[in-house]
Ligand binder design. Sequence first.
Ligand code: NFK
Length: 295
Amino acid sequence: MSRGRWRDMAAEELQQQYSPSRWARRLRGDAAVRAHIEAVTAGTQRARAGTRSSLHVPYGEADGERLDIYFPAEPSETFPAFVYIHGGYWQCLSKDASGFAAPPLVSRGVAVVAVGYDIAPKGHMDAMVLQVRRSLAFLAKQYSGIRGIYLCGHSAGAHLAAMVLCTDWTEFGVVPDIRGAVLVSGLYDLEPILHTYVNDALNMSWEVAQRNSPMLCITQAVPAAAACEVLVAVAQHDSPEFRRQSQEYSQALRSAGWSVSLLDLATVDHFDIIEKLSEDTYILIQVILNMIARG
Ligand SMILES: N[C@@H](CC(=O)c1ccccc1NC=O)C(=O)O
């Protein structure tokens, strides 16, 4: 699909392209979204039952500025941290459904952090981006045991994670040691979203969409960034627009000197591509553990 083709799409087609549930494999529409919420919620409950954790840790003043930490099974002084930012089109889900990846990771010595942020309509795009950036600065300042942060986000959460990658940390008083990023089925150009139902709750102006588009704020990779491995993952059954966004963003990052891989995962759709992080044998868990081992 050629660059910018979304501009030629009829309103209904654009709507369809940006409705992941209409492309899902097992169920379609609302049923697919409901099943996804149930899967990640149940997975998080299992993680909470079986893992040593600190829940609802405030990283700022606002109610929504809280995170959950799931600690490695074997206590150790230092450990890598996998920081997960949930999706839900910036208007659903929460950190309370975001701990499902903990079991296969804490058993291998990796801490898992589920970041909460104020979703729309309470949260605005600028504020959400600032909140997730602050959560990273908080972790870097408060947890001296963390040796390497591996950032992960799904869908809208991958967008927020990508915005973290282009942060100017000077105003945060700390530079988090982000050694890797796993961006799963994300959105990196917000402009097409402006023309869909997704913007009903977000109410973004064109300017807000521009300044919060990772595609438009790619920083030239300084040495620290070149050492940060970025994995852009997309599902075989993501829509063509979602697949185009991952393709173009990974290419643009690479051109700016970042170390990038694009992983096109067969058989999965927009939802089970991330749900399966609760499974030890899932290929993406293996890829993440390898990335951490190199880091
Ligand atoms: N209304 C959307 C819902 C959706 O996209 C979604 C739902 C739960 C978790 C992630 C999602 N996508 C991106 O953040 C859909 O049609 O699938």
